[in-house]
Design a protein. Structure first.
Lengths: 73, 247
């Protein structure tokens, strides 16, 4: 979980993650950021995920739960 | 058909199980024996049976990111079958789109190894004295991205740019063996399907692609043309893109 938090901070370029807000609300959110997350999930967690699914999580907390629950690595 | 082909001469296609690779194999099978190559032996077997070629089809299973193993593995294949390679079509390629600061060393090494250095290793093998007397053509599949930039694409594009520069010097060095690269524009394949699915891309294509989006046949037809004996083309980066780059 710690690694995931650090990876997300790195991708979103932010010191503190707000778990209550949606990924789309982050300043750095764009198509490339979204691709970075898809790539991270694929390479480090063995999860295949589509672009629109990522944007449909209610907030970052739910997204993190999803990754932890579905990780294959 | 068979009388024109020398029985022991084969066209090697790397990345044969990709959509472009399959189309090339299908286009070339009537006039060429084929060696189809990929990482997955069972996929290669399926491909071989799908092709239903009247000529020979051999399978070369090898993960091209294993550069050191290429020489030995290919050598064994040729020796065991007593065959030679007269054409090499490099279709193998992987893509990854990421902002540049996120590109790990292992990630970009992998892309360069498969997309570019594996072709170099295969060509080194084909240029060994006993092999090169059989070699007529080398065709490498590059990408329009190598000439025209897009965000997130710097690494993939540069791996293809390497191909384009390589082709020019190699053509000089090994003439009269012909060496060319093909730069396809946007074509719907397994590799691009998710990427091109976005609304942004769909709108972009409608205005940019004067002849609409491409098909794999647009590429394989040209590969076939390039390897003909009377085709007077070498050292070229050939753009096949339905007009996308003319404006």
């Amino acid at each position: 979980m710690n690694k995931l938090i650090e990876d997300l901070k790195n991708i979103l370029e932010i010191e503190d993650l707000d778990l209550e807000i949606s990924l789309l609300d982050y300043d750095s959110w764009d198509s490339l950021t979204r691709l970075s997350i898809i790539s991270l999930l694929e390479d480090d967690y063995g999860i295949q995920i589509k672009a629109d699914k990522i944007e449909n999580f209610k907030n970052l907390g739910e997204f993190i739960d999803y990754v932890i629950k579905n990780r294959k690595k | 058909m068979l009388s024109k082909i020398e029985k022991n001469k084969f066209t090697l296609i790397s990345g044969a199980t990709s959509d472009i690779g399959y189309s090339i194999a299908n286009r070339l099978k009537d006039s060429n024996n084929l060696i189809i190559s990929g990482r997955d032996y069972s996929q290669l077997k399926i491909l071989a049976s799908k092709l239903k070629s009247q000529n020979e089809v051999r399978l070369w299973e090898h993960d091209l990111s294993d550069l050191e193993g290429i020489n030995g593995s290919l050598g064994i294949l040729l020796k065991e079958n007593s065959i030679a390679i007269n054409n090499f079509i490099h279709v193998a390629g992987i893509t990854k789109i990421l902002p540049i600061r996120m590109f790990g060393i292992e990630n970009y090494n992998n892309i360069f190894n498969v997309n570019f250095f594996s072709a170099v290793e295969i060509i080194k093998f084909l240029m060994i004295k006993n092999n090169r007397k059989n070699l007529n053509n080398i065709v490498l599949i590059s990408a329009l991205f190598s000439k025209y930039g897009d965000k997130g694409n710097a690494i993939y594009a540069s791996s293809k740019g390497a191909i384009d520069s390589f082709v020019k010097s190699l053509a000089v060095e090994i003439a009269p063996i012909k060496v060319n690269s093909i730069l396809p524009g946007a074509i719907n394949t397994k590799m691009t399907s998710e990427l091109f699915d976005s609304e942004d891309y769909k709108k972009y294509f409608q205005s940019k692609y004067l002849l609409g989006m491409g098909s794999v046949q647009n590429i394989s037809n040209y590969v076939n043309y390039l390897i003909q004996e009377d085709t007077w083309i070498t050292g070229q980066n050939i753009i096949i893109d339905g007009g996308a780059s003319c404006h």
